[in-house]
Design a binder for this molecule. Structure first.
Ligand SMILES: Nc1ncnc2c1ncn2[C@@H]1O[C@H](COP(=O)(O)OP(=O)(O)O)[C@@H](O)[C@H]1O
Ligand SMILES: [Mg+2]
Length: 270
């Protein structure tokens, strides 16, 4: 299988503190890959370094076999877009202005705004259902609306690789599924490579072709959800006891956490 992104002996750190250690990760082309792992295990750090927003302490990130450290910013941005975790827009910036920012890699002083740019922005606003919000300042929106505006910007960039850090945060269940369905379709119909961080392990199992579970600065397990998601994995990666069953609609692994709660199962008396 063809790899689109590869990390070679990648070590990431903040100062002296090593977050990811000597990581050799391969991300398959044209698939949906989801990073999972406990809070603070380094998912965002890894995603940011793949997008070249963070310089590695050691090792390299390769994009289609070429080191991204040697590519120009615009070349990287034409191939890969990223929705960071909790992005912040400049005060007063409107949704339309934000989404238009997605087109910056295609602009030069010779080639200004084109019909194609206009079309991509329009499609991105439509796909995320925020056409009505286009003249509103981003900082006046609800968390979910804001998240969709940022996703629209990422889509307007029209790249083969889309990286998203917790794209469903702040979204209600309907919008969570809408966004994940949209990403699923971009993958299914246009063969885009999607790499994202998701908190919900059950949605991760449903949408991912490939899950990468991160723990203790390295990959704990990687593969198809149905091959790798197990009680020991959930216990070791998240420190949680659970039962794994099958999603009744999709057949994908469904993780049911132990813990407290109202149990209304009837005890069967024999
Ligand atoms: N800019 C930063 N400076 C110093 N430490 C950071 C910075 N960003 C994240 N960290 C630390 O790096 C670790 C990994 O963070 P992060 O990649 O955000 O984790 P995750 O996304 O898996 O929750 C955490 O311990 C976090 O506190
Ligand atoms: Mg994070």
């Amino acid at each position: 299988m063809k790899q689109v992104i590869e990390t070679q002996n990648l070590t990431l750190s903040y100062g002296e503190s090593i977050i990811i250690d000597d990581l050799n990760l391969q991300i398959p082309k044209g698939e949906i890959t989801v990073f999972i792992g406990g809070n603070g295990c380094g998912k965002s750090t890894l995603l940011r370094s793949i997008a070249r927003l963070l310089k590695p302490k050691n090792g390299a990130v390769l994009l289609e076999g070429s080191a991204i450290s040697r590519m120009s910013t615009k070349d990287v941005a034409k191939q890969m877009s990223i929705l960071p975790q909790s992005p912040i827009a400049p005060e007063g910036l409107t949704v339309l202005q934000l989404v238009k920012q997605g087109r910056y890699p295609y602009q030069t002083w010779l080639k200004q705004w084109t019909e194609e740019d206009e079309e991509k922005v329009k499609n991105a606003l439509k796909a995320t259902g925020i056409e009505d919000l286009k003249d509103r300042p981003v900082d006046s929106l609800s968390g979910g609306q804001r998240q969709r505006a940022w996703i629209a910007m990422t889509l307007a960039q029209d790249t083969d690789i889309i990286l998203l850090d917790e794209p469903t945060t702040y979204l209600d269940m309907t919008h969570q599924i809408e966004i994940l369905d949209l990403l699923y379709e971009l993958n299914e119909n246009e063969k885009r490579t999607i790499v994202m961080v998701l908190h919900d392990i059950n949605l991760a199992c449903r949408y991912a072709d490939n899950i990468v579970a991160i723990k203790d600065r390295e990959i704990y397990a990687q593969g198809k959800p149905e091959h790798i998601i197990s009680c020991p994995l959930v216990k070791n990666v998240f420190g949680m006891d659970c039962q794994i069953t099958k999603d009744p609609l999709f057949g994908t692994p469904l993780c049911i956490p132990f813990g407290k709660g109202r149990c209304i199962l009837q005890e069967v008396e024999v």
